[in-house]
Ligand binder design. Structure first.
Ligand code: ZN
Length: 149
């Protein structure tokens, strides 16, 4: 698919931030054999109002990669921080719903609060293992959970 430079290039539309966090389906993809993959945007802070610090985003990425795999019934292909530092792109196998992902996000954030350390934040598993903020990730998780409640 060709996209113009002025188009949104597959980016999820910016939201007005009236209800953060939000989970939206960006696109669904069907392969030649009928397999479906779903791409979602997890918006965690208000677009064009704030960004998450890089170390927090990095630690949240490790946590969400760990916990979303546990709480979603669909296989997680990737969960990646967005360049705008306001949230994550999530790609899963199968035809999930925003509501199911929001529930798994809630469980994941709740699990971050009771975690002892950032998963896989070590030299063997991470290419910037010193660039983490465990305390920052927990603080954001708590704040986002309060907004979700
Ligand atoms: Zn890492």
């Amino acid at each position: 698919m060709k996209r113009g430079i002025t188009g949104n290039g597959g980016e999820a539309a910016a939201t007005n931030g009236s209800s953060m966090p939000n989970v939206t389906i960006v696109s669904r993809h069907t392969g030649p054999r009928g397999d479906v993959a779903t791409r979602l945007r997890l918006g965690l802070v208000r677009p064009n109002k704030e960004v998450m610090p890089a170390a927090v985003l990095h630690s949240l990425e490790h946590f969400l990669d760990f916990f979303l795999r546990e709480y979603l019934k669909e296989e997680v292909i990737t969960v990646s921080p967005t360049g705008c530092q306001t949230g994550f792109d999530l790609v899963v196998m199968g035809d999930t719903t925003a509501e199911a992902v929001k529930a798994a996000l809630f469980q994941s954030l709740d699990s971050i609060l009771s975690a002892n350390a950032v998963p896989a934040a070590d030299k063997a598993h991470c290419n910037s293992y010193k660039k983490h903020s465990f305390a920052g990730a927990q603080a954001y998780a708590e704040r986002i959970l309060q907004a979700l409640a």
